[in-house]
Structure formats: C-alpha cells, structure tokens
Write a protein that binds this ligand. Structure first.
Ligand code: 9MR
Length: 368
C-alpha cells in the first residue's frame, strides 16, 4: 500500500483521503512509532477495518491473541493461529509488532487454578515464555513482560497485586516478586532483541491514588534495576477519561505528575511507551460535537505533555475505531450511547481526536 504523504491536513467527519498525512507517517517523521491495538478476527472479517489499520499504524498489538489464556487451551497445547495472522499482517504492511503480554492477572486459562502450584509454577512460566517468546523471537518490537502487577488496595508490601502468579511465586524478596524476576530474565534470554516493558494503568493523572500508584511502579523499576533484572521501558497505558479538573477533580488532570514520571524513567535509562491510549467519554453530555471536542482536547493536552519528553518512543491507541472499542461493552455510558473514544468513529471516519493526535505528534520534537 502506498503511504499517505503530508500534503493535505484533512478535516474531521469523513474518510481520510489518501493525501492526508497518516498517524504512522507523522510519527515516523518524528522518530516516534505510532499505531494501535487490533483484533485479529476483525482484521480477517472486516476489510475496511483492516485497510484502516494498514494505513494508519506503524506498530500493532493484538488486544488478546498473545495473552496466556488465549494461547493455552490446555497445559500441553498452544493456539498460535491468531498471533501468527497478526505477524503476517504486520509483515505485509511493514508494521512493527508489540507482544502483550506474558504475565497478567486476567485472561489466564481456566486450567490455571487447578494445575499451577508453587511446585510447578516456575517451570510453567519459563516454558510459556520460552515457547511463545521463542516462536516470535527477533520479530517483536517490545514485550509487555508483566502487565498491571501493582494494586495498592491489596495491601501487600511493595503494593503488589495478589494475582494468581503472585500467590504461587511470591519469592523471598518483598521488593521484587519472584515471578516478575523470572519473567523478565527469561524474556531477555529468549528474545534478546525485544524491548522489555513493565506496563500499567492508573499512573497518568494528578490525583492522590495515581500519585501513590506511580510511586509504587517507579519503586518496582528501581528495585529491578538495582538487582540487575533486565527492564528497558515503562508502558504507560493511558486509558484516560475526558472531563475537567474544575468539574471532576485532579483525576481528570494530566500534567506535572506525568511529566515527572516520564523524566524519572528517562534518567533511569528507560524508554517510555504510551501503550493503550483511549479517552472514555462517560462523564460528557450526549451531544456528539461537544463530546468529540472534549475527547479531542484530552488527546491533544495529554499528548502535548507526554510527547514533550523524547524518552517516549511509541504511541498506540487501544483500537483505531469506535466500532470495536472495549469501552462500549466494559465502560458503558449511563445513556447507553456508544463511546466516542478513538481517532476514528464507528463509521471509520476521522474524528477530531485523530487530528488532535496527529497534530500533537507533528508538534513533538524529533527523537533520537
Ligand atoms: O481490550 C481487551 C479486551 O478485548 C479484553 O476482553 C480484556 C480482557 O480483560 O482486555 C482488554 O485489554 C486490556 C489490556 O489487555 C490491559 N489493559 C486494560 C485493557 C482494557 O481492559
């Protein structure tokens, strides 16, 4: 496919004409990988969606295909069809691929609870990473090795989440649970070319809960580094909610805390990836134009803050079109209207958020 140039800035509300600069091209000019999460079954069955992903994304990640549960129908079986399809699609369209994820507390197989014990957990985890990471070694831009390991309300030392892996593989070091150390060391051994990422949410805003969670995440990264555990990047999921600080409080404000966290990661020698951006509109009134404007303002404001730091080397939205967003089934609006949270609306026309995202990329400095 011929990539769009930057001749024509375009405008919201219609399909993107071929001469309108795409997200991937805008990103590439700044040394920033811009892309999105996809769902392989829609790439297969919805050609317009597949074309939009091919056109806009320089990097892709599947919402589910590389997670433990979807990959592992039983302790001895692997299901690679969807993940293989993703890698083929990406190769055809000259896109990079992110791996999401080796370790998470959700989407683990139904057999996990009865099969995995403290006695076999390390072997199960290592074998999984060897098998999956090994299959795609050399073809993965970055792996979310561990996803969402911090949950302060679980009240464990270090703020760790009482996940299935934490329960069977806590280890003796309260600062870095054994499963995290094992996962990162194994991932590095199996795919030395992949950037290894710790990925989390709820660390973007300026309210008290986000400030505390951010501190716990940064402490984990520092403790990993001081123990020689290989970690290359912080993944900031960036599931945001539109609204104003004045109306709703500091959990709707993205600014100084975000900048400080990214700067701290940079000083630690880490890269930063914005891995799952979308903007929940459930606090906004029904009016479409007003909603779109507020969502776009959140995209623009957040990205101007985050992209100001050259440690940020990738930006992915969690989906590309409102047609398939998780927010519409998982975070329903009170009025039941579909969420308008992504750069393209449910008709796959460019929304104001597309232009806000692209303009923020255009306005960012060049990364090395
Ligand atoms: O978008 C994903 C959705 O399709 C899955 O059903 C869901 C399962 O819990 O996971 C969603 O993706 C999540 C991601 O893996 C981790 N961060 C939060 C994302 C949204 O829930």
């Amino acid at each position: 496919m011929e990539l769009a140039g930057c001749a024509h800035p375009g405008k919201p509300g219609g399909p993107v004409p071929p001469d309108v600069e795409t997200l991937r091209v805008a990103g590439a000019r700044r040394g920033l990988l811009a892309g999105c999460a996809v769902q392989v079954h829609h790439l297969r069955d919805d050609p317009a969606y597949a074309a939009l992903v091919a056109q806009q994304a320089g990097i892709v990640v599947d919402e589910s295909a590389l997670k433990f549960g979807p990959l592992r129908p039983s302790p001895t079986e692997y299901f690679f069809d969807d993940a293989d399809y993703l890698f083929e699609f990406a190769k055809k369209h000259k896109q990079k691929v992110r791996g999401h994820n080796f370790v998470w507390h959700q989407q683990i197989p139904s057999w996990f609870a009865s099969y995995v014990t403290s006695a076999n957990a390390e072997r199960v985890l290592v074998e999984h990473i060897e098998h999956v990471g090994g299959r795609y070694a050399g073809r993965v831009h970055s792996w979310d090795v561990v996803n969402e390991a911090i949950l302060l309300s679980d009240n464990l030392p270090g703020g760790f989440r009482k996940s299935g892996w934490q329960v069977v593989l806590p280890g003796k070091d309260a600062a870095v649970p054994a499963y995290i150390e094992i996962a990162f060391r194994t991932a590095r051994r199996v795919d030395p070319k992949a950037m290894l990422v710790y990925n989390d949410y709820g660390i973007e805003a300026d309210d008290a809960a986000s400030v505390k969670k951010r501190a716990a995440v940064m402490a984990l990264l520092r403790n990993m580094q001081s123990r020689g555990i290989p970690v290359d990047a912080l993944g900031v999921q960036s599931h945001l909610t539109a609204g104003s600080r004045d109306a709703f409080g500091p959990e709707y404000a993205y600014g100084s805390g975000l900048r400080a966290m990214i700067a701290e990661a940079r000083r630690m020698g880490l890269k930063v990836l914005l891995t799952e951006m979308d903007v929940n509109d459930r606090k906004l009134p029904a009016d479409t134009a007003a909603r779109d404007a507020a969502v776009a303002a959140t995209y623009g404001g957040y990205l101007r803050e985050a992209l100001a730091d050259e440690a940020v080397v990738a930006l992915l939205t969690w989906g590309i079109t409102d047609k398939y967003t998780w927010l519409s089934y998982d975070r329903k609006r009170d009025d039941k209207l579909p969420q308008r949270c992504l750069p393209f609306d449910s008709q796959m026309n460019a929304a104001p958020a597309f232009f806000a995202e692209r303009d923020a990329i255009d306005g960012a400095g060049h990364r090395a």
